[in-house]
Structure formats: C-alpha cells, structure tokens
Ligand binder design. Structure first.
Ligand SMILES: [Zn+2]
Length: 142
C-alpha cells in the first residue's frame, strides 16, 4: 500500500455516548479539560465516578490536577488517558504523573468496564466476535 492510500477502516460497531451525556460529564467535571468519550453509554457511570474521584484526589489530597486527553474503548475495555495540568502556566505540563491513587482509580475503572455492558451498563462479560466488547446477556444475543 502506498503512503497515499487510505486504509480500509471498519465502521464503529457501537454508538458513542449521546451529546447530552457528554455535556453532563463536562458540566460535572469542568476542571478535567474536556471529556469526549469514544465509547457507548453503558460506561457513563464508570467514567462519571472516575472523574469525580480523580478530582477529589486533587482537591483533598493534593494529587496533581489532571486533564483528560482521551477516553475510548480499545480491545473491549475502557482506556482513560490523562495528563498533568500546570496551574502556574495554565498549560498541560511537560512532565509529571498522576498520583499512585489516581493511577489505581483509572486501573479499577478499566477492570469495571470489562464486566459492564458497554451498551446498557448492566453486568456483562467479554464477548469476542468480529470485535471484542463487554456485553450483557441480552446485548450479546443481538
Ligand atoms: Zn446490555
């Protein structure tokens, strides 16, 4: 394939979150720099609670202020990418890491996502078909 050919891209096998849900996340967590999940609505609560707990670590335990750089589903689980925000320069910091607790919260959210139907939020398991996705019994049957 030459560099100018566009590779065939599969359409997303699922819908993304609704605009209303995305707006609600950003209203609730304005300091996280913009949250635009590329995953389905079933993970709304996982992401909402994760954002709240990450910010609580900053506000209560002086953990770094984080900004969300990407939220997506990959290989069936939640990928939640963050960067540190430098409040002195008002820019994303070149260096610095989330606190150990913040890293653990993100890891736990990923583990929860693997057991939560990405479409509806009910208990789910990993289903491997054309793509890998965490689904409840009902959505796995469709
Ligand atoms: Zn479901």
């Amino acid at each position: 394939m030459s560099a100018h050919e566009i590779p065939h891209v599969q359409p997303l096998p699922y819908q993304t979150m609704t605009p209303e849900e995305t707006m609600l996340l950003n209203e609730r967590h304005p300091r996280l720099g913009g949250i635009y999940p590329e995953c389905n609505s079933g993970w709304f609560t996982i992401i909402d609670v994760l954002c709240a707990e990450l910010q609580r670590q900053t506000d209560k335990y002086k953990a770094p202020q984080l900004v969300v750089t990407q939220v997506k589903q990959k290989f069936g689980t939640l990928r939640f990418h963050v960067a540190c925000f430098d409040t002195a320069t008002d820019e994303i910091a070149d260096e610095g890491y989330a606190s150990d607790t913040q890293v653990s919260l993100i890891a736990m959210a990923a583990r929860l996502s693997a057991r939560t139907c990405e479409i509806c939020g009910r208990p789910g398991t990993m289903q491997e078909r054309e793509w890998i996705q965490a689904l409840c019994i009902e959505h796995a049957a469709n």
